[in-house]
Design a protein around this ligand. Structure first.
Ligand code: FPP
Ligand code: MG
Length: 308
């Protein structure tokens, strides 16, 4: 690596570190008392929400929102409510995904899963509450200074709602369930994985672009690249479920095989899966090339060969 490349990489890492710190602070603040003026704790609902939100995570989705806004000439601060919202949605999806009725996992972000600590009923409610808090947070974005602020916000709300609904993340999760005990084809698995993981990542880029002031065509291009990157992310997750280190990942590995669950790696070799990941990431990067964003390129590139 040249000296200039090293410098760029160090700057990007610094940007990420700074934002992860700020995002964690903002998320904690948003969790403190989402019901302003109301008693701060209802049973232990807020503690259960906090358990997963404050458990950390890479904050990749939030960083993608911020980088996308900047890539289209907007300010990262305009997109911050969107970045917080996608992390809340992500946390809700992790809590529900780990429930006994779904994947029945006991480890997440290096901690016991939410339902193990707070019980199933509270974990279900914590996921529900994080989902509504996400929309409340995004809808409260202060874009009043911008002439088209309300329009950008409506677009962002629509993008997020659509991505996580029956045609997106929840639909993908329903396919995941329906495939249990079946032998889906590679195409079917990739469609399911694109929906359950790729659509949320697509919405990160799209709503970042929308909040940053991009035109419809750009928002769509960002969404498509995000979906491709998200599919690559899920395929690498399937790989890590076989080869990963649970300590680095903060979650159990070998769970797909234990549940006899079809994933990309049950149908193709690790080597072919790595090629697929690389192909999809290159497609995602190609779509973003016209916008010349080192941050987006670096974040998306980091999916290749990831270990956590
Ligand atoms: C790990 O993200 C998460 C995934 C690979 C996504 C899996 C898909 C779901 C959980 C969808 C479930 C949907 C419903 C409706 C229950 P990560 O490695 O970025 O985690 P981190 O934020 O902890 O780093
Ligand atoms: Mg799952």
């Amino acid at each position: 690596m040249t000296e200039a490349e090293n410098k760029t990489r160090a700057e990007l890492s610094k940007w990420r570190e700074g934002w992860v710190k700020r995002l964690n602070g903002e998320l904690s603040r948003a969790m403190k008392n989402p019901m302003e003026g109301e008693p701060p704790e209802v049973g232990n609902l807020l503690s259960a929400m906090n358990h997963t939100i404050e458990g950390g995570g890479k904050r990749l989705r939030a960083l993608l929102v911020l980088a996308a806004a900047e890539a289209v000439g907007g300010q990262e601060d305009w997109a911050l409510p969107g970045a917080l919202a996608v992390e809340m949605i992500h946390a809700y999806s992790l809590i529900h995904d780990d429930l006994p009725a779904l994947d029945n996992d006991d480890l997440r972000r290096g901690r016991p899963t939410c339902h193990l600590v707070y019980g199933e009923a509270v974990a279900i409610l914590a996921g529900d509450a994080l989902q509504s808090l996400a929309f409340e947070t995004l809808a409260s974005a202060d874009l009043a200074k911008l002439a088209d602020g309300p329009e950008r916000l409506t677009k962002a709300l629509f993008i997020l709602a659509k991505a996580i609904g029956p045609l997106g993340m929840v639909g993908g999760q329903a396919m995941d369930l329906a495939f249990e005990g079946q032998s889906p084809s590679l195409t079917q698995i990739m469609t399911m994985e694109s929906k359950k993981t790729g659509f949320l990542m697509g919405s990160c880029l799209a709503l970042g672009a929308a909040l940053g002031g991009a035109k419809e065509g750009t928002v769509k291009a960002f969404e498509e690249s995000g979906r491709l990157a998200g599919l690559a992310f899920q395929i690498s997750d399937d790989q890590l479920n076989v080869t990963g280190d649970p300590k680095l990942m903060g979650k159990n590995v070998g769970t797909d095989a234990k549940k006899d669950k079809a994933s990309v790696t049950t149908l193709i070799s690790q080597k072919d899966a790595t090629e697929k990941v690389s192909f999809l990431l290159n497609q995602a990067l190609d779509g973003l090339k016209p916008f010349g964003s080192p941050k987006l390129e670096w974040l998306i590139g980091s999916i290749f060969g990831r270990s956590s």
